[in-house]
Design a binder for this molecule. Structure first.
Ligand code: TYM
Length: 336
């Protein structure tokens, strides 16, 4: 059975982009594929972070996975740092990854600018750690948002380079599986509510720019009421001059599940003042069951810990096998 692996950074509250771009797909794919879902805390510390909040954010992120519909009995949910193979494989892969591959990473360049001279080695190495996450589980499919496409390409390149270097002659068996990104139509790039040309993001300063999954209904209504629109008449998809309009219709489509033609039939002639309440109601209705489930899950910390413990055990079994194979291929001495 094909394997899926994906993860989210525990860097604060998750937003509609994380959900529509990634987590919602995970829930659908777990029906068909053997799936592993990781809370990537080692990635979260590549930018300045608050040690007092990291554990809390890890538990909240795991609780969102469950609340959104990931079934921990079928799909292990685990914290990345609890499976030490992630850090170990990263070191091995660091030693074969050219610096200039990492220098080309768009996310690195964007985040490095914000850090100036303080940019850390960990931020630079972020994509290699992500490659390790994926390769350890032999994942063939990785459901992510559009912004992760380049990191998936890098993962494939690193796997290929490893095989070229170490798996050619004696051991014909490849150690890793080359993964593919699974990117949905619509939802793969949810844009900011305050600027239709910028990605909705956890790190954007303005909370009004995003809808957090756990925002209460009145906050969702207020954010949508205030969100940026334009002065043109009528609503339409995909007009490059109207990025906000496309984004809001895409969100509407994603949360209602209606097709574009139906949406255009219903909404093409509406004004913003008429459409915004429809959109707000649809988002609130979509989030409501996730939020009430979240409240149950987060209230039962003991069960949540148990989920993460079981997840770690299952994940460790798979990851340690791949790590052992990688070490063997590289000629690292076995334990005598
Ligand atoms: P993170 O936490 O930044 O994002 C988590 C997931 O949400 C998607 N996403 C979006 N999708 C649509 N619209 C948006 N505005 C939006 N913002 C974020 C991201 O594409 C991602 O799928 N590097 C990963 C975390 C990671 C990972 C992995 C993913 C670490 N190791 C292994 C897959 C496999 C990231 O961006 O996290």
């Amino acid at each position: 059975r094909e394997r899926v692996l994906s993860g989210v950074q525990p860097t604060g509250s998750l937003h509609l982009g994380n959900y529509l771009g990634a987590i919602r797909q995970w829930v659908a794919y777990q029906e068909t594929y053997e799936s592993f879902f990781c809370v990537v805390d080692l990635h979260a510390i590549t930018m300045p972070h608050d040690p007092k909040l990291l554990t809390k954010h890890c538990l909240e992120t795991a609780a969102v996975y469950v609340a959104a519909g990931v079934d921990p009995d079928r799909s292990p949910i685990f914290v990345q740092s609890h499976v030490s193979a992630h850090a170990e494989l990263t070191w091995l892969l660091n030693c074969i990854t050219p610096m200039n591959w990492l220098e080309k990473m768009i996310q690195y360049k964007e985040k490095a600018v914000k850090q100036g001279e303080n940019v850390g080695v960990g931020l630079f190495d972020y994509p290699v750690l992500m490659a390790s996450d994926i390769l350890l589980y032999q994942a063939g499919l990785v459901p992510v948002g559009e912004d992760q496409r380049q990191h998936l390409e890098l993962t494939r390149d690193v796997a290929r380079r490893f095989h070229d270097k170490f798996c050619k002659k004696s051991s014909s068996n490849k150690v890793f599986r080359e993964p593919k990104a699974l990117i949905v139509d619509g939802g793969a790039r949810v844009m900011s509510l305050t600027d239709g040309t910028a990605k909705m993001s956890k790190s954007a300063e303005l909370d009004n720019s995003r809808i957090n999954l756990l925002d209460p209904p009145d906050v969702v209504v207020r954010k949508i009421k205030k969100c940026k629109t334009d002065a043109l008449q009528g609503l339409e998809f995909d007009n490059p001059d109207r990025p906000e309009c496309t984004n809001l219709l895409n969100i509407y489509q994603a949360v209602t599940g209606l097709d574009k033609d139906k949406i255009l039939d219903d909404c093409a002639d509406l004004s913003w003042g008429q459409f915004k309440p429809l959109l707000a109601d649809a988002v609130v209705a979509h989030l409501e069951p996730i939020q009430s489930r979240y409240n149950e899950v987060i209230a039962d910390q003991k069960s949540l810990h148990e989920i993460l413990k079981r997840g770690r055990d299952t994940a460790s079994d798979v990851a340690s096998q791949t790590l052992a194979d990688a070490k063997h291929a590289m000629g690292i001495p076995p334990q005598f």
